[in-house]
Design a protein around this ligand. Sequence first.
Ligand SMILES: Nc1ncnc2c1ncn2[C@@H]1O[C@H](COP(=O)(O)OP(=O)(O)OP(=O)(O)O)[C@@H](O)[C@H]1O
Length: 257
Amino acid sequence: MTEPLIELKDVRVAYDGKEVLNQVNFTVHQNDFIGVIGPNGGGKTTMVKTMLRLIKPVSGKVVHHKKHLEIGYLPQYTNVDKRFPIKVCDVVLSGLMYRKKLVGRYNKKDRQKACDALSWVGMEHLADKHIGSLSGGETQKALLARAIVSSPSLLILDEPDTYVDYASEGEIYELLRKLNEHMAILMVSHDLGMISSYIKTIACVNRMLHYHKSNVITPEQLQTYNCPIQLVTHGNVPHTVLAEHKGSMGHAKHDHQ
Ligand SMILES: Nc1ncnc2c1ncn2[C@@H]1O[C@H](COP(=O)(O)OP(=O)(O)OP(=O)(O)O)[C@@H](O)[C@H]1O
């Protein structure tokens, strides 16, 4: 077993007294690539925000196992104002901002980190462009570069495919596969079919969390985990088989590899 990075212990979260997460016990280890799935409103984003300590649980604990655990985060809805005249490289640099005492005081080393992050996502040639001039997929990659600029131990992505088209999705997931050689990844997705060949394990979140130690899951297992999501098949995008089933939920996948 690899080193634990972050752990939720008996976590319970509520908004205005309404419980959203209950008895969540979950550990992310080094090298993990976990797909977080669940129905709308099941508590996926809430769990992510709890891990990031943006939300305080009503009870239970969030343990960061490293003293300064570096976490890169790509939120579901990003607040980049495209009308704001900021260059792509400055957006990426802003991923280092919280470390800086004064905004804007980036040194040569920071700029090199931003270049490296942009090169990871294949966008170094767009460094001096205005963020507003990028396409949806390019913007998403710039934001991914921002999330990895601090070389985090853990990268958390909340539905990274929200703004990208079908072709760019595969490209982004391939990139994540390479990044996973350097950092653990936890990715919320509504589309298990698309991500199943990239992830290693699955966390099903619907108020409670059920951890599934494989990237192959059946509709019956989803039912047992009380995780009612639809499994949709995708054209010829490579993905592993979601095991054959005879149940009534969703559609079984077929192997395209
Ligand atoms: N700030 C908030 N205040 C009150 N209720 C909230 C807040 N944020 C989320 N909720 C509620 O908590 C529940 C879980 O929301 P959350 O965003 O965590 O779910 P999710 O699984 O990420 O959903 P989706 O798949 O639709 O993005 C929902 O019922 C939502 O309306």
